[in-house]
Design a protein around this ligand. Sequence first.
Ligand SMILES: [Zn+2]
Length: 263
Amino acid sequence: MSAGVVVIDRGIPDGPVAPWLDPNTPIGLASPRQGPEVLTWSRAWSNGAGLTDLIVLSRPRDGRQARGIATLVAGSRPGVAATALVRHANPLGLAAAAHVALSETRSGSVAHRLIDEIISLSVSGARLARVTGLEDPQPSIWQHLSSILGRAKTVTFGPTPAVLPAGHTFATGPGSTLLMGAGLETPEAVAVRARIEAEHVYAVPPVVECADAYGSRGIEFVLLSQRSAQPTPWGTCRICRTEIVGHVCPMCRVRSSRAESAA
Ligand SMILES: [Zn+2]
């Protein structure tokens, strides 16, 4: 059993699926238009690492395409269970959650649950020089004007996205980790670090270019919080045999009872 994740976002350029962070971990980046490319990628991983579960991860605005790509892969590759997971976060937050999850488990359903939990406990955002090209969240007229006057803004992308003053500070707990999609010494990274006092701070390769994704120079970041224990699978799905941690299989959406799972 081996799970992989493809992060879909319209800020990612067209082309073959690109690896993110670690070429040995099955995490790919793709634009929402690259369904056939994702299929090719899943085939390559299936041959090499025995990929059995694929999670297509996206933001709500690309959710329809993510579901379409999951359906395409599931329909074309009988040995691969594929599902879409659509959550509010920025592309860096999605990729980071996938990486943390896959470094802890290769079970598709456990990874699905972990990604969901990591995203719900994280703050993903961007510090942008301008918000005049931003669509979601939409800045107010005053934020728009102050942005034109050259005041940077911090934007968050959770379930209630917000445009905040650049000086906004974020509370951090023990074990918190701040990931930034650029070098730690860039002026934008220094500004973000001054407002988020995380226990660990790392620079990681960007998932999207801010100019493409948000229409402005800037930096994406994600603040990850310490989690409770890892979910434990209690059985296997009666249809696709993947390990399950809840009663509904995240890969094929079928409900299993303990009796069926044990059978
Ligand atoms: Zn299943």
